[in-house]
Design a protein around this ligand. Structure first.
Ligand SMILES: NC(=O)c1ccc[n+]([C@@H]2O[C@H](COP(=O)([O-])OP(=O)(O)OC[C@H]3O[C@@H](n4cnc5c(N)ncnc54)[C@H](OP(=O)(O)O)[C@@H]3O)[C@@H](O)[C@H]2O)c1
Length: 291
């Protein structure tokens, strides 16, 4: 299938290229080729003559979105509307990647696909606006919510490893009351590869199985990376002030995907796989990697 991919140079974009590249003809739309904030985005996508559009580009700097909500809305809300309009003109389905941050995160139990979005920050509001545009304009769409992605060059896993490597006897403070679903971008891409073969349009939560706090995730990264002497100190969302307010507990339940056999492995298994990969590439140093 001929597939246009936005955000081709992003973390998820690279994973989608790795996984879908061998079996599909990908038309890569990186930021140079496509400016989401402009109406010309519609024509750029139409010209690809794609049979499906994977829309993974977004303004993902959540603190930046908080500082400039209008820009967040322009790129994530309106930009997604342009992508949906292009799909309407091409008469093809669209995959829109959305986020756990469309939810408020004030409930203990995981969010289901059909729970109503109630974002509490500018990033979440802009991504929810993107979801609304897709639902309004298209009948054939997959809204794929993901969360706490790792798999690329810049992510939480690499940051923790870098901090530990810089100071193996040092201290790292990590928020213990923010709970989510860590997710390997390559696992999402594998599930999407299968999903697009099925005409089961709708909303999906494609996240690795299980949930943890930022603190617990960092603990697992340090253990697996072989940094026993790094002192991990728990802190709270209240103490760790930042421009954006993350949803405290935004675990996603994968019900719709699992019903189709698209169940992702545990976040721990996925994390070890990713750490093994970057260890092999020697891209991010690890002290004494554990099995
Ligand atoms: N990362 C996460 O933890 C996470 C969690 C939940 C949901 N998501 C969603 O998953 C998707 C993929 O995330 P990711 O981590 O792969 O993001 P990423 O690494 O930040 O990649 C986003 C891509 O979008 C491009 N982009 C940004 N602004 C653009 C614009 N105005 N016009 C065209 N392209 C633009 C960026 O290009 P430049 O870098 O060249 O600007 C980048 O290649 C996004 O839709 C995001 O909202 C991510």
């Amino acid at each position: 299938m001929r597939i246009a991919l936005t955000g081709a140079n992003g973390q998820l974009g690279h994973a989608l290229q790795r996984v879908l590249g061998p079996t599909h003809e990908l038309v890569l739309l990186n930021h140079d080729a496509l400016e989401l904030g402009k109406p010309t985005a519609v024509e750029t996508i139409v010209q690809t003559q794609a049979e499906l559009v994977l829309h993974s580009a977004a303004y993902t700097n959540v603190d930046g979105c908080a500082r400039d909500p209008a820009l967040a809305y322009l790129i994530n809300g309106l930009g997604t509307r342009y992508v949906a309009l292009a799909c309407q003109q091409l008469n093809v389905p669209m995959v829109y990647f959305s986020t756990n941050e469309v939810f408020a995160g004030n409930q203990r139990q995981p969010y289901l696909e059909y729970d109503p979005p109630a974002p509490i920050n500018a990033y979440g509001r802009s991504k929810a606006a993107g979801e609304a545009a897709v639902r309004e304009l298209l009948t054939r769409f997959y809204i794929v919510r993901v969360a706490w992605l790792f798999g690329g060059e810049r992510n939480f896993v690499r940051t923790v490893l870098r901090l530990a490597h810089a100071n193996p006897q040092g201290e790292i403070r990590m928020v213990a009351d923010e709970i989510g679903s860590p997710t390997y971008a390559d696992d999402v891409a594998e599930a999407v590869l299968k999903l697009i073969e099925m005409p089961f349009y709708g909303t999906y939560h494609l996240v690795n199985d299980g949930a943890c706090s930022r603190y617990e995730l960092a603990q697992e990264i340090l253990r697996r990376g072989g940094y026993p002497d790094v002192r991990l100190k728990p802190t709270t969302l209240y103490e760790y002030q930042r421009d954006s307010t993350p949803p405290p507990c935004s675990v996603l339940a994968n019900i719709a995907g699992a019903a189709l056999g698209l169940q992702l492995r545990s976040w721990q298994e996925a994390l070890y796989d990713f750490m093994h990969r970057i260890q092999m590439q020697s891209a991010t140093p690890m002290a004494n990697p554990q099995p």
